[in-house]
Design a protein around this ligand. Structure first.
Ligand SMILES: NC(=O)c1ccc[n+]([C@@H]2O[C@H](COP(=O)([O-])OP(=O)(O)OC[C@H]3O[C@@H](n4cnc5c(N)ncnc54)[C@H](OP(=O)(O)O)[C@@H]3O)[C@@H](O)[C@H]2O)c1
Length: 251
């Protein structure tokens, strides 16, 4: 168990990719602190992870500074460290052309998808990682790699997140490694509008002929967090069933 007794904070982890990452890490011996906005679904997730010996949850919004501080403090108080951080929360409340994006909504997306990520890293660095080391993985997207009609602003925030990942990797080396993953469509509530009712048609555009699962992404995140990836930092690793190889776009 390569993550035995390490503590991970995973934001936005009551379901979907975040919960699959939590399950993967707990299976490898880690203790996880998960977040989300809804207490009830967080409680169900903690139960599915085996209870407080393995996981606990703190409800709140990823972009709220008080929430961040309380999560990091609770992680150190309960499990004694914050070795790993997964910035999994990402929002996309709009669908449409870039020129029609409401500036207030666009700003909120930057706050949650990018600035909150930096603030979570800072909080974990100050509380633990600067003195003891650590590893961070941010959830980017293939929408950040190429134009994605309809979700263009979301893609722009993810492109910014990948760049921020590289900047943080340089600033925080050698104590802290910072990487990102960029999935194509993964079957979760978040991506439902991109495949529900037409999954076979969408999957046929992927060389590997299927959409992603949360577990696919969790395996890659586990690897990047583990010591197996100890010479990798600043990278955004694409995980897309081959979609981008033949010019496929999400959207
Ligand atoms: N699914 C895909 O196809 C795909 C592809 C590429 C990248 N991604 C990225 O992967 C990440 C996870 O997506 P997902 O598909 O797993 O989404 P999901 O299934 O909808 O899960 C989102 C999780 O985040 C929580 N959450 C939402 N807004 C939050 C906020 N403001 N603060 C804290 N928690 C919040 C949700 O719980 P509550 O609703 O209770 O808060 C839930 O636990 C995102 O960053 C997304 O951009 C997804």
């Amino acid at each position: 168990m390569s993550l035995q007794d390490r503590t991970a904070i995973i934001t936005g982890a009551s379901r979907g990719i975040g919960l699959a990452i939590a399950q993967r890490l707990v299976a490898d011996g880690a203790r996880v602190v998960i977040t989300g906005r809804t207490q009830e679904t967080l409680d169900q997730a903690v139960e599915s992870l085996g209870g407080r010996a393995h996981a606990f949850a703190v409800a709140g919004k990823a972009a709220d500074p008080e929430h961040r501080a309380s999560v990091v403090a609770a992680a150190v108080a309960t499990y004694g460290s914050v070795d790993l951080l997964v910035n999994n929360t990402g929002i996309n409340p709009i669908y449409g052309k870039l020129l029609d994006v409401d500036p207030a909504v666009a700003t909120k997306m930057v706050d949650t998808n990018v600035l909150a990520t930096i603030a979570w890293v800072k909080a974990c660095r100050d509380a633990w990682m600067r003195a003891h080391g650590g590893a961070v993985v941010n959830l980017s997207s293939v929408a950040g790699l190429a134009p994605s009609p309809g979700i263009g602003w979301y893609g722009a925030t993810k492109a910014m997140l990948s760049r921020v990942t590289a900047e943080l990797a340089v600033e925080l080396a050698p104590e802290i490694r910072v990487n990102a993953v960029a999935p194509a469509v993964v079957k979760t509530k978040f991506a439902g509008a991109l495949y529900e009712g037409r999954e076979d048609k969408v999957a046929s555009t992927y060389p590997l002929q299927r959409l992603g699962t949360p577990e696919d992404v969790a395996s890659l995140v586990w690897f990047l967090l583990s010591d197996e990836a100890s010479w990798i930092t600043g990278q955004t690793i694409t995980i897309d069933g081959g979609l981008t190889l033949n010019g496929g776009i999400v959207g």
